[in-house]
Write a protein that binds this ligand. Structure first.
Ligand SMILES: C[S@@+](CC[C@H](N)C(=O)[O-])C[C@H]1O[C@@H](n2cnc3c(N)ncnc32)[C@H](O)[C@@H]1O
Length: 205
């Protein structure tokens, strides 16, 4: 069960109800379409919900358009959308996921929980540029590839939040051979070897 304690900060009863409804749907759909690795389902509250929730604490108050790419079962984008509905209702959230079964799952969660996020069932490379003020991704691609996606979908002055495992230092080095950018690594609250990379000022070299 998801509580304010498991998320690490206080949220309203309505937000907890939405998140627990989402968790129930994840448990129901996962055996059919593998939204998350089966081995991680029992630990979904920490591995997926709390891990995703930490992103809303990284930026003081994001305004505008938050876009999550390669959302899969909605991590981190749909958790962010649920939290921002309470904390920053002026932010619109879009999710890009090319697998149509996963996109159908995302739309079902949005409908059943009464959220207003938009789902693009398209490839990130083919989706119209989103002018995102914040772009997020977890477990999608190596950093140089993520930079290409960011160049397409970030608005000028926008920020990317990329969740990376322990190879992040090497990936950062690889990305710096092709891109100029500012980067602040935030140690993950759920895994001391992982980081959230806060990236801005992206320019192709
Ligand atoms: C490993 S999963 C990670 C899902 C989720 N972000 C998470 O951390 O649980 C990667 C997801 O990205 C989607 N994906 C991969 N390449 C994509 C692309 N070029 N355009 C859109 N979606 C893509 C896949 O369908 C898959 O659902």
């Amino acid at each position: 069960m998801i509580t304010s304690e498991t998320l690490g900060f206080d949220v309203s009863r309505e937000t907890l109800e939405r998140l627990n409804h989402y968790l129930a749907l994840l448990n129901k759909w996962n055996p059919r379409i593998n939204l998350v690795a089966r081995a991680t389902l029992a630990e979904a509250v920490d591995r997926h919900f709390a891990d995703s929730a930490q992103l809303v604490a990284v930026l003081p108050r994001p305004l505008g358009h938050w876009v999550d790419i390669g959302s899969g079962g909605g991590f981190p984008g749909l958790v962010v959308a649920t939290l921002l509905a309470e904390r920053a209702p002026d932010v619109s959230v879009s999710l890009i996921e090319s697998d149509t079964r996963k996109a159908t799952f995302l739309r079902s969660v949005i409908r059943e929980t009464g959220l207003s996020a938009k789902v693009h069932a398209q490839r990130i490379e083919a989706c119209a540029p989103q002018e995102a003020t914040v772009l997020s991704a977890r477990a999608l691609a190596p950093l140089p590839k993520l930079m290409e996606f960011a160049a397409r979908h970030l608005a000028p002055g926008g920020t990317a939040l990329f969740m990376k495992g322990e190879s992040w230092g090497k990936e950062l080095e690889d990305a710096r051979s092709q891109w100029q950018f500012s980067c602040t690594p935030h140690t993950s609250k759920t895994n001391p070897n992982a980081v959230v990379l806060e990236i801005g000022d992206l320019v192709h070299v």
